[in-house]
Write a protein that binds this ligand. Sequence first.
Ligand SMILES: [Zn+2]
Length: 535
Amino acid sequence: MARKFSVVLAALLVLVLSASAQDAKTVVAKTLNAMGGENMKSLQFTASGSSPGQLKDGNTPGPRNLIKSYVYTVDFTIPAARLEVGAIGGLPPQTMLGGEGHSLTFVNGEYAWDIGGVPGVIGGGSRPTDWPIIAFPPSFKKGGDPMRQPNGDGLQSHSDVDRNEQIWLTPHGFLIGAMKNNATVADQTVDGKKFQVVTWTGPNGQKINGYINDKGMVEKVETWMDHPMYGDEHVVHAMDFYRDFGGIQFPAHIVETVTTPALSGDKSLNLELFVTDVKANVTADLSIPQGVRDTPRPPPFTIMTTKLGDGLYWLAGQNDCSLVVEFKDYVTVVEGPMNDDRSVAVIAEVHKLIPNKPIRYMINTHPHVDHTGGVRGYAAIGATLITQSANVAFIEELIKTPHTIIPDSLSKNPNAKWKVEGVEDTRVLTDGTRRLEMYHVRGNLHSSAMLMTYLPKEKILTEGDPWTPGMVTPKPGDRAYQRCCDAQNLYDNVIRLHLDVKTFAPIHGRIDTWDHFVQYLGLPPENAASKSSGN
Ligand SMILES: [Zn+2]
């Protein structure tokens, strides 16, 4: 359905005329008046709906999240905004994001912060309410220097810019912004329907277009935003079923669609909201907490290297880690997580640890953003990227996706000779001495297209997400309980394959032992021994 819509849109998008900026002011003022926004300083709307979940594999969207409550409060004068979401993740079939979560996110000028919740996951958190505030540093310094995610999962690379942009994608916000930002207007016919299209430049330097229909209402707002992994995203807010909410005309139905070449058709990210209440000029505390103001600008990427053996390193330092394995003529890195900056830092560290050998392979565990956000950095150095077969096309699309809003290392080296190879079930890299085995983690609910790696001589397993060492065993009914099933499935796969695992060098968490894993699963200690095939 989304695919059809975008094809029709592309085919019928015809620019007809342009008019002067003076006309734009008149059009915008008239529309704002008709929508009851002439004296609007702040706005709050309440909705319910659904949001996309994580991919099952590179071809298949995962289960959607049910949004029980969505309260967006915005002060256009600061500008600042607060978004509170209560959601149930992973509608059946359940995934690790199952269960109920709550998130509270803020932006005020160049400060962005969260209270509770997991960054980057809508409604995805069951952190206690006294969980410390997570403050994100300004993404852009005054000179326009993009500061990418220094901590966390790599999804909040420019939260302040993105959240500021969202303020102006609300129907009234778009018009209020147009009044102050030298908007222009042009007549345009889309799908046989006439619009006055008002255009101005948003805080991230990209155009924002608002489509005013023949009823004088904003029917659609679109812009372009950068994502560290998905690149130049086309963001469209479609608004319909306008209703009178106490003198304010507001759409009762809003669909936000995010598309890129890798996020097309069914995979386009599609947030659907049914609006139940709208209030203007509300009082809300959107002030910046002192703790957020005091958060120092963190250093660029931290790499913490642990030597696990000869030519074997675990590179941590942030939310996601990589395993570095030296072979006779080349180096293999397991996982290119987070974003391009992390990859650039890891690659530099690899060259320091193992000079004069190229990184020939980068093995990707599964297609989720925090695990795949850095793959382009490895494409940029001409590496061969290995992933489970069902993710091959997706990774290729990610590599081909334009990153023009914030160029990354691949956009600066577009002729790099990269390759993507799929592993259906098993693959081995060996130089006769060192041996690295890759296995499909069969039947894992977290992602159906997941690989793990195993070093038989060192007895080290590397996996991303089924088990995060350091986590407390969840009880049935806990939000994280599904994580337990993912871990149990990992255990079952290790047993099936007769792997003699002693150590975990995971993508998340810390170096840990098989014995702790068995304890985590609540299995009797003798299970620790039952896995060995004896060879
Ligand atoms: Zn994942």
